[in-house]
Design a protein around this ligand. Sequence first.
Ligand code: GLU
Length: 274
Amino acid sequence: MLTRFAPSPTGPLHLGHAYSALTVWQVARDLGGTALLRIEDTDSTRVRPAHEAGIYEDLAWLSLTWPTPVRRQSDHYAEYDAVLEHLGDAGLIYPCSCTRRQIADAGAKPGADGLVYPGTCRHRSMADAQPGDGLRLDIAKALARIDGPLGYDETGATTSQNITDDLLLGTIGDPILRRKDTGDPAYHLACVVDDALQGITHVVRGMDLRDLTPLHVLIQALLDYPTPVYHHHPLITDADGKRLAKIDHAKALAKYRAEGLSVQDIKHMIGWRD
Ligand code: GLU
């Protein structure tokens, strides 16, 4: 049994991350397995070395330990590119130059991963890819490649989670797998590739990512990867019931630490019981 905690060093860790990390290590302990740490540093415009250093400090402070070396996604771009090439050879991806603005102006509806792409560039082929283009997965073509129904097991659920074509086409749409301009691999691609390469058997992560799991399962099926068991844990909310996120006003764990709070205090604040 192998699970992982996979933070992105785009901001300091906050209480929500502490809850997530403690859950990952608890599930590993309960199932007699191991928890890995993985650094998901593929958003080159937002990643900062200080945030990565903060992740190691905060987790060590929480007394969590992990095998080394730690996989840092930015060290492995060639591997993600090889997978993209494979999907390209299979005719499943296409170049896209659309800006967020153009996508919104085309009347795109909000979905599980931002706006559902309206398909403006879908007719384009990899042969006419231009420098700076993003790459998108053609969901309809991908679905046509898959034999049998898609689904996954969620811990605690008695039945398997079914994934319908309508769900993927209607709420996710053709996702970006390589980002425009920066050429960074997208989270969906790097995450799925790494979970398979690292032999992750259980993915433990926040409920906020649950609606994206159908896409991850589709990509696993396309690449002949096994599908892990998923456990999407509840999110920590503040006193007003608002979700704590980096983008909100969530306070960094390091700040609490600097103010003299103990790990026990943090556990108390997130309602954690060992
Ligand atoms: N890197 C993602 C995040 O920080 C988590 C990815 C995952 O656990 O699948 O939100």
